[in-house]
Design a binder for this molecule. Structure first.
Ligand code: G3P
Length: 229
């Protein structure tokens, strides 16, 4: 059975960068190693190099610009995140939306560079069309539940089950569910509903004991996967 996918999006929380960013990342890596579950961290662009140097868990960017080398002030290109040590990137997050043609270009370039992409979808209707672009995974997140503490798996389970049906139309693309995931039970439920894993931010980044939250997520994810066997 394939391991659950746990993706932690650092966003721009206070502890997402600097020494605090290093500290939380080491704690997350320890949980990953203790349980043998890969945990993806999606970090601010300024932290990709630093964290990639000291960690073995996959470090992702939170966004890339689908631009070619040239006169693009402030741009973050797929080539740049690869050079900094990233293993992949999130794309089209609800807080950083891009056009469909930009998603297509970014996914293709990321793949050509040997990196991975996780494309966010804010509704289940977009899961199939976005999966046809062949990212590694789609992250389904109803925007109204992001940062709410009300988990998609409990508040809108039908979004996950419908997204799971949509992803089945395309082979080889994983489906992750996120928004409001707070407890181990939320994680269990998401996987029970058919998701391959979860995406999370605030419950981890705003916790005083993030390692305990992540550990609870991992334990419950493994339990849910085990039950499916
Ligand atoms: O990318 C994951 C994120 O948008 C979910 O945020 O705070 O609801 O866990 P949150």
């Amino acid at each position: 059975m394939k391991p659950p996918i746990i993706l932690i999006n650092y966003k721009a929380y206070e502890n997402s960068y600097g020494e605090k960013g290093v500290e939380i990342s080491k704690k997350i890596e320890k949980v990953s190693k203790d349980y043998g579950v890969p945990i993806i961290i999606s970090v601010p662009a300024t932290m990709i190099y630093k964290l990639s140097q000291i960690l073995e868990i996959p470090v992702y960017a939170q966004h890339v610009d689908a631009l070619r080398h040239g006169a693009h002030t402030g741009a973050i290109l797929p080539e740049m995140i690869k050079d900094a040590g990233a293993k992949g990137s999130l794309l089209n997050h609800s807080e950083r939306k891009i056009r469909l043609d930009e998603i297509h270009e970014a996914v293709t370039r990321i793949r050509d560079l040997g990196l991975e992409s996780v494309v966010c979808a804010d509704s289940y209707e977009l899961v199939h069309p976005l999966a046809l672009l062949r990212p590694n995974a789609i992250l389904i997140e109803p925007p109204e539940l992001i940062g709410s503490g009300r988990a998609v798996s409990k508040e809108k389970p039908e979004v996950i089950t419908r997204a799971v049906n949509e992803i089945k139309k395309v082979e080889g693309v994983y489906l992750i569910a996120g928004a409001g995931i707070t407890t181990g039970e939320d994680v269990y439920k998401a996987i029970e509903l058919g998701a391959d894993g979860i995406g999370v931010a605030s419950a981890v980044m705003k916790s005083s004991t993030p390692e305990k939250i992540v550990e609870d997520f991992v334990i419950n994810a493994l339990k849910a996967i085990d039950k499916k066997k």
